[in-house]
Design a protein around this ligand. Structure first.
Ligand code: NAD
Length: 419
């Protein structure tokens, strides 16, 4: 029996079993590696503007504390459950281990559609959630960050709430804060830029020049918009884009600066164009060089995997590819270069780590230093994954996860089992 259920958790568990088999992890070690150390659920009551009291359910899952504090984003989403949060926490563990960060994985969130709240309600809910979590988090226990449906402003409210209870400013309790409140330069752009950077490295490996190459991006929030912008700056032509409100496709190329201005102004892509509207279900299967799913998990199933016409699949989102799709992609390894999520979107947590380090030391770096250190970490992880995949003739995802799981396992085994 476990409280962690649902399709996203099943997916994380299935992926883990594949890796555990490949690494020949003894059966009696597997549960200790897979199941989260802690899962916290809270009820968050708040006053609504119309005078009602509403109660929202919040979660935080801390996967393991073997290598240091846990680290992970906070998701505000209408269908969120603890199984999804646990899966995301587990993926964070493998990601942090792959990039050599001194963290275990965590994730948290609230089952809520943030767009349905007024700003004041959103602030109340964010503050109440953080207040409920105070007994379980801390700069050396669990450090939060943004994820889907949350942003810098919400991180500032989290940090302020925690600080009010401590009686002093504790910037290092969250990352992804505004620069004005102790955030780091480069964090906002880090995940999307990292995705674009690694997509370029993959194109290099395939001998495809960025100028003349095409890209399609699903999701135009923090990750998708910066990925699209950076790919555009690197010379690629964006031919397709979608968010939850609209989907556009133009093989001659979309106007990226205009899309960015529209999204910044309206908060969504709807209303950008009538002529360029396209079927969102068909978008990902269009021919392109770089495909970036940067919205939700489980968007590529086996059927879609068989239809993909991209050369590089750069996974900006967490868990966009289902295990059945991996089986298909495994057979298409020579056609499609997969940059698995725990590598591809690691820029976010790497720069979050830099933010935490800067906050702890109260010594801040300029943006160039942040970015060059980020690219150094990504290059190292990319080379390790490619090297392992080639050595053992396995898929990039298997190689990336194996490096992460083996590191956590090694740390657990050398520390031993208490008592
Ligand atoms: P966000 O809330 O800023 O943006 C999410 C985007 O996805 C929005 O544009 C939304 O419209 C779009 N979307 C939602 N449902 C959609 C649908 N059905 N079809 C098309 N688009 C849809 O979130 P984000 O921070 O950009 O996160 C996106 C993904 O990247 C998530 O999987 C998240 O876990 C992952 N991720 C985020 C970070 C980070 O630093 N923010 C880091 C690593 C991974």
């Amino acid at each position: 029996m476990t409280i962690y259920t649902g399709p996203v958790f099943d997916m994380a568990r299935q992926q883990f079993q594949v890796i555990a088999d490949y690494l020949e992890v003894p059966l009696d070690e597997r549960d200790r590696l897979l199941f989260p150390k802690r899962g916290i659920t809270v009820s968050c009551p708040i006053h609504m503007e119309d005078g009602r009291t509403a109660v929202f359910h919040g979660y935080r899952v801390q996967h393991h504390l073997t290598l240091g504090p846990t680290k992970g984003g906070t998701r505000f989403s209408p269908n969120l459950d603890i199984g999804e949060v646990a899966a995301l926490a587990i993926w964070m563990s493998w990601k942090c281990a792959l990039t050599n960060l001194p963290y275990g994985g965590a994730k948290g969130g609230i089952t809520v559609d943030p767009r349905a709240l007024t700003r004041r309600e959103l602030e109340s809910l964010s503050r109440r959630y953080m207040q409920e979590m105070i007994p379980f988090v801390g700069p050396h226990t669990d450090v939060m960050a943004p994820d889907m449906g949350t942003n810098e402003q919400i991180m500032a409210w989290f940090m302020d709430t925690y600080s009010m209870y401590q009686g002093r400013t504790v910037t290092e309790i969250v990352t992804g804060k505004p620069v004005a409140s102790g955030g780091t330069l480069g964090r906002r752009e880090a995940t999307g830029r990292g995705v674009a950077y690694l997509a370029n490295r993959a194109l290099e490996k395939l001998g495809i020049a960025p100028a003349g190459a095409t890209a399609i991006v699903q999701g135009f929030g923090n990750v998708g918009s910066y990925a699209a912008q950076t790919l555009h700056e690197r010379g690629l032509t964006l031919i397709g884009v979608a968010d939850h409100t609209a989907c556009y496709y133009d093989p001659r190329g979309l106007d990226v600066p205009a899309l960015l201005r529209h999204a910044a102004d309206k908060g969504e892509l709807a209303g950008f164009s009538n002529q360029l509207s396209f079927d969102p279900r068909a978008l990902l299967a269009q021919k392109c060089d770089v495909l970036v799913p940067a919205a939700l998990e489980r968007v590529i199933d086996a059927d879609l995997a068989a239809k993909l016409q991209c050369r590089v699949l750069a996974e900006g989102a967490n868990g966009p590819t289902m295990p059945e799709a991996d089986t298909v992609l495994e057979q298409r390894r020579n056609e499609i270069f997969v940059i698995p999520d725990i590598l591809c979107n690691a820029g976010g947590v790497v720069v979050s780590y830099f933010e935490w380090v800067q906050d702890l030391q109260q010594f801040f770096w300029d943006e160039a230093e942040v970015m060059s250190k980020l690219y150094h970490v990504l290059d190292r992880a990319f080379a390790q994954v490619l090297g392992r995949a080639e050595r053992d003739n396995v898929a990039h995802r298997t190689a990336a996860m194996a490096i992460g799981v083996a590191k956590v396992r090694g740390a657990k085994n050398t520390r031993g089992l208490f008592p």
